[in-house]
Design a protein around this ligand. Structure first.
Ligand SMILES: C[S@@+](CC[C@H](N)C(=O)[O-])C[C@H]1O[C@@H](n2cnc3c(N)ncnc32)[C@H](O)[C@@H]1O
Length: 267
């Protein structure tokens, strides 16, 4: 770590040990990462070269999904598993499309929250943070209700976070509880690493991420991701590789990225 980096580090945060959120930030071309994170990120990239295009395509999906939802009249978002703020964060995309948009972020990682608070302290638009685990649905809903009106539709974003919830912790039940609190006309957007896309590479990525995160992550099949949308009306084109979900007209031809993505409406 350089002297400059030491100065830039958020107070009380250990930047000598690589951290998954900052590794992710590095893959996205962000500036909130340190030498230890970059070294770890490069190691994963060597094992799994698709990881960088994968996370970039995942962020681009987030923007398109949010814009689509605003296009359907949704101006409230609950983004759980926020990550370190980077370019095109949910509130930026939503508020660019409709300045009235309200966004509540939730993450369970103190490092993410320290970075997020520092980076978004000057944001005046209606945006807030909840320090909570996705599985703590009661707390997330209670805190989110301070800013969001649950009588009106909400866009629920679970972008690249459900792989952190093992089957034993009932991710389907967690999603069901959150959706039950939302008004008809709400949307659910999910992206998820797919174990059935580039199986060998994704299996290597699953192992490398498990090591970096310090707990086992679960990559799922397209069918497994599709099951998270049960009971909802899946928007076209369904659950597809993220880069193929309503690509922008000027999008480059897509390479396989390893991420599934989809958006559905609550009836
Ligand atoms: C891969 S990042 C994705 C960030 C962002 N959603 C995106 O796609 O760019 C996963 C994020 O989920 C958060 N996370 C992981 N497990 C979580 C949990 N159980 N509850 C809340 N957040 C969690 C991590 O701290 C991290 O910020």
């Amino acid at each position: 770590m350089t002297a400059g980096e030491e100065e830039a580090a958020p107070k009380g945060i250990d930047v000598a040990t690589p951290h998954i959120a900052r590794i992710y930030d590095y893959w996205l071309g962000g500036k909130d990462n340190f030498a230890s994170d970059r070294a770890a990120a490069e190691q994963v990239m060597q094992a799994t070269p698709t990881i960088k295009p994968g996370v970039t395509a995942n962020r681009a999906f987030l923007s398109r999904a949010v814009r689509s939802m605003v296009g359907e009249g949704v101006t409230q978002f609950l983004d759980i598993g926020t990550g370190i703020p980077t370019a095109n964060n949910t509130h930026m995309v939503a508020q660019a499309a409709d300045p009235e948009s309200r966004v509540v972020y939730a993450d369970n990682d103190p490092i993410v929250l320290a970075h997020a608070r520092a980076l978004l302290s000057g944001v005046t638009a209606p945006t807030s943070f909840v320090d909570a685990d996705l599985r703590d649905t009661g707390r997330i809903l209670e805190e989110a209700a301070r800013l969001l009106d649950f009588e009106r539709p909400v866009g629920l974003l679970l972008i690249a976070v459900l792989h952190c919830i093992p089957d034993d912790d009932d991710p389907q039940g967690v999603i069901g509880t959150l959706l039950n609190a939302l008004a008809p006309g709400s949307f659910l957007a999910i992206t998820h690493p797919g174990i059935d896309q580039l199986p060998e590479r994704m299996s290597a990525a699953e192992d490398a991420l498990t090591k970096a995160m310090g707990f086992r992550v679960t990559f799922r099949t397209r069918e497994g991701v599709g099951a998270f949308f049960s009971g909802l009306e899946l928007l076209e084109p369904g659950v597809v590789p993220v880069q193929d979900w309503r690509p922008d007209a000027d999008a480059e031809p897509s390479a396989t990225t390893g991420m599934w993505g989809g958006v559905a409406r609550k009836k």
